[in-house]
Design a binder for this molecule. Sequence first.
Ligand SMILES: [Cu+2]
Length: 163
Amino acid sequence: MKTLLSLFTLFLCISLSLNTGCGKNGDAAMAETDTPVTEITITGDDRMRFAPTRFTVRAGHRITLTLDNIGRMPKESMGHNLVILDQGVAPNAFAAASVGFPQNEYIAPQFENRVIAATTVLGPGEQETITFIAPATPGEYPFVCSFPGHTQARMVGIMIVIP
Ligand SMILES: [Cu+2]
């Protein structure tokens, strides 16, 4: 009976997590799968890597995303942001154009209407939480760090939007 109850709890947890996530750990553990999340924390480090590099959300849902810069190098040489781009925007083209706009958090003004959501540039040990509405159109949306050189070094990932 106890086993049955546990199984039921597990099943309930899985069912709930489809919509709401099953607590913070559940979200983090499932971040690399195709299970949609409403809350996600992504780290950036001194090796210019995001983790996780992909996550899944449901179209039109409100998403809370935290970027956590877990590196130790100074912001001037190893700052990180996280910019989610619209479908079809080439990450390298966006990053190349954005290099010239440090005063605009490395987001080129001509691309601003192609940005789904973005954090500011963070230094070591800093975190920033943003909320945004997931796009209505399912598909794959690239996210990048547009600090100079980082997109080219593959500090990139993908947000998957499902119906
Ligand atoms: Cu970066």
